[in-house]
Design a protein. Structure first.
Length: 405
């Protein structure tokens, strides 16, 4: 009798990664692009991506770097020394913090810096206070570090900014990290210097790490200034990791250059991780980022002024829709309207109960892509990026005005 081979069993996949959701903003943007490719006249407010070309002098620096064979080799995993020096100079200039280039790691975009920051300071079971609405990647990056995100929600009535009292109410013995973002993605809110100082003093008092995402730091309007939490509370520098990058200010999203700045002990751990995870960032892109930080800022300022013009347009036009409330965003390039006044009502023959259902209805009926509030916290909100052309920006909002007339 011939023996039968034992039945094979398919090995399991990672439970940790199975629990991680796809980026909601990228998912909506991909769907919009697919519809556009199929010939649908979809206008997308989904992607947080400037529609401008990268300034030519930055592109020229990259082309010049291609002629240097040294850029075709491995370089330090933490980044090119010249770029780390430029980031240190920017950190002093814009965040009021003097750091050594050894306290800086150049990463593949700000997203890798966010991931590594949580990996460096979060232990299994730690609670991370996450002001909401939040960028969709934060809770997933916290979970990948075996931490527990604890949402602290501030609605439109608070201009989407949490208070010390709310943070204290959420703090437990397991709280070890606070995420602080100003200007905010998705809301565009900017904390005042006084609000920032109060939160920084609270974190210092309780020995809590702060991970502050400053990638929109330069995109502020109406005379607002995004005061860094380490400038507001200098003593906090020993327990703060700053995350940044060139993507938003210089229209360099595809170049994938970000960074993290922080205390030597945390940066050492993150550097060890990156040495195994990805090694050095593409050298050509690093040379381009160096040009961006050290070169003329005229074009970056022109882009900021264009965003400001579009900001005024989108806020004023959204406000014309009955049932929509739009706090005035003073930073980044997002509007985050409260649309609870549209929920529980029938539109185009369909009754919608959540902002997720509302976003689907808007795409189907108006051919406009927006990101629902569920991607960033509670339902009842929509995120619209105004980093798209002026004509498309106005046309898309006018479609919404007609749909909800």
């Amino acid at each position: 009798m011939t023996e039968r081979a034992p039945l094979s069993r398919k090995p399991s996949v990672s439970r940790k990664l199975s629990a991680i959701a796809e980026s909601a903003t990228l998912k909506v943007d991909a769907k919009a692009k697919a519809l556009q490719a199929a010939g649908r006249p979809v206008i997308s407010y989904a992607a947080g991506e400037p529609d401008f070309a990268t300034p030519q002098f930055i592109v020229d620096a990259a082309a010049e770097a291609l002629r240097d064979p040294a850029n075709f080799r491995y370089t330090p995993a933490a980044g090119l020394p010249a770029l780390r020096e430029a980031i240190a100079a920017k950190t002093l200039r814009d965040s009021g913090l003097e750091v050594s280039p050894t306290q800086i790691i150049v990463t593949n975009g700000g997203k890798q810096a966010v991931y590594q920051a949580f990996q460096a300071v979060v232990n299994p079971g730690d609670e991370v206070l996450l002001p909401a609405p939040y960028w969709t990647t934060y809770p997933e990056a916290i979970a990948l570090a075996d931490g527990t995100p604890v949402e602290v929600f501030a609605g439109a009535d608070q201009d989407y900014k949490v208070t010390v009292e709310q943070l204290e109410a959420a703090r437990t013995d397991r709280t070890t990290v606070l995420v602080f973002v100003s200007p905010s993605n998705p809301t565009g809110s900017v904390y005042t210097a006084e609000e920032t100082r109060a939160i920084g003093q609270w974190a210092l008092e309780h020995g809590i790490w702060v991970i502050t995402d400053e990638i929109y730091q330069s995109l502020v309007y109406e005379g607002a200034r995004a005061v860094s939490i380490v400038e507001a509370v200098p003593e906090l520098a020993g327990q703060t990791i700053l995350v940044g990058g060139v993507a938003k200010t210089y229209a360099m999203t595809g170049w994938r250059v970000g960074w993290m700045v922080g205390p030597a002990d945390a940066i050492k751990l993150a550097g060890n991780l990156q040495s195994h995870l990805s090694s050095n960032v593409n050298n050509i892109a690093q040379r381009a980022a160096l040009a961006a930080l050290s070169g003329p800022q005229d074009e970056a300022e022109q882009m900021r002024l264009a965003f400001d013009r579009r900001r005024h347009l989108i806020v004023s036009e959204l406000a014309k829709i009955p049932g929509v409330r739009v706090p005035n965003p003073l930073g980044a390039f997002y509007a985050y309207p409260d649309v609870t006044g549209l929920l529980g009502r029938e539109w185009a023959g369909t009754t919608v109960h959540t902002s997720l259902e509302l976003a689907d209805l808007i795409l189907d009926e108006a051919e406009v892509a927006v990101v629902p509030g569920e991607a960033f916290g509670p339902s009842g909100y929509l995120r619209l990026s105004y980093a798209l052309g002026d004509d498309a920006l106005l046309e898309g909002i006018q479609r919404l005005q007609r749909l909800f007339a």
